[in-house]
Design a protein around this ligand. Structure first.
Ligand SMILES: [Zn+2]
Length: 325
């Protein structure tokens, strides 16, 4: 309530939490950028696309955050050095949607560098410790301590048991705010994930009864959550949403996440893109091209609605090309 015409001051405790969150997104963003640009110095040719993509994704998530953080806010003194090497994300971060979250891209870099599941998980844990990412989940006693880090605490690995040499990785969305989550999910449905995975996610989002995917029995899929105390990845059962979407066994009720939020979505999409056998042996309920187009159209409408509600993007022409190709 306003007193004497003045705006009520935010209580100091809340103010501190707000500042802390801002610092977290800022510091985590900077830490991650420093790490990938260091790696880039060692492996220029291999990593240029990934570093460009990760910068774009971090800048976009930062500018749609309620604090409207710019690349300069994140990089401060290092802005010009990074801009010189990677000018593109500085030009595009407000006009083009990223295809993936920063952590998904990091996961790709880790796979490129460390190869196997065991190595990747071990190295990811030491990297998270080195970058000093704070514990991203809120403590049960204090709902305000919901740090916005760029870490996806859950990752998922899937493969075809007839060809186990190839493993596919996925990360949960890891965006803390509802707006960012929805934007990344809608955008991934239209622009990133395999169309069957998108179809399943969109059908559950838009219909009272969604249409599940049923993979061939040789599909193997296991999610892992990083235990912050022991700093190791531990197995995690799929949630009810993933059980419904992908006909996975043993779903458990967990916190409420939107369809498409989980790490399973990304790795199963990669499996369908890369494994012909899996693609040919999948069963999809009620799939038709017309229905797919209708779902995409509705999702696009919702996406545009979300984007229009973000003040930092308000100057953009809606007819602009929103997607990075
Ligand atoms: Zn799930």
């Amino acid at each position: 309530m306003a007193v004497d015409g003045k705006k009520r001051q935010m209580p100091p405790g809340l103010m501190k939490i707000k500042e802390l969150n801002k610092e977290n997104l800022k510091t985590c963003g900077l830490q991650l950028i420093c790490h990938v640009t260091q790696e880039f110095k060692k492996e220029q040719n291999k990593l240029r696309t990934y570093v460009t993509e990760i910068l774009h994704s971090i800048f976009f998530l930062a500018i749609i955050h309620k604090d409207r953080l710019t690349p300069e806010d994140i990089l401060s003194a290092q802005t010009e050095i990074v801009r010189q090497e990677f000018p593109e994300p500085f030009r595009n971060y407000k006009s083009h949607l990223p295809k993936r979250t920063p952590f998904s891209i990091l996961l790709d870099i880790m796979q490129l560098t460390f190869g196997t599941k065991e190595n990747i998980m071990k190295e990811l844990c030491s990297l998270m410790k080195k970058l000093k990412f704070p514990y991203p989940l809120h403590k049960p006693a204090n709902k305000n301590q919901r740090y916005y880090t760029l870490e996806s605490t859950v990752i998922c690995v899937c493969s075809n048991s007839l060809n186990t040499s190839q493993e596919y990785f996925g990360a949960s969305l890891g965006c803390r705010t509802e707006n960012a989550k929805s934007i990344m999910i809608y955008s991934s449905c239209i622009n990133t994930w395999h169309e069957y995975v998108s179809y399943a996610v969109m059908s559950f989002e838009h219909q009272t009864e969604g249409d599940s995917l049923q993979f061939h029995e040789s599909m193997q899929c296991q999610a892992y959550i990083r235990d912050w105390k022991d700093n190791i990845y531990k197995e995690r059962q799929p949630c009810m949403n993933c059980t419904r979407l992908f006909s996975l066994p043993k779903g458990t009720e967990q916190e409420h996440y939107p369809y498409g939020n989980c790490a399973e979505t990304e790795c199963l999409s990669k499996l369908l893109f890369n494994d012909q056998f899996m693609l040919e042996n999948i069963k999809i309920r009620n799939y038709t091209t017309d229905k797919m187009n209708m779902l995409k159209h509705r999702t696009r409408e919702r996406l545009l609605g979300k984007l229009a509600s973000i003040p930092s993007l308000s100057n953009l022409n809606k007819d602009d090309l929103w997607f990075n190709t």
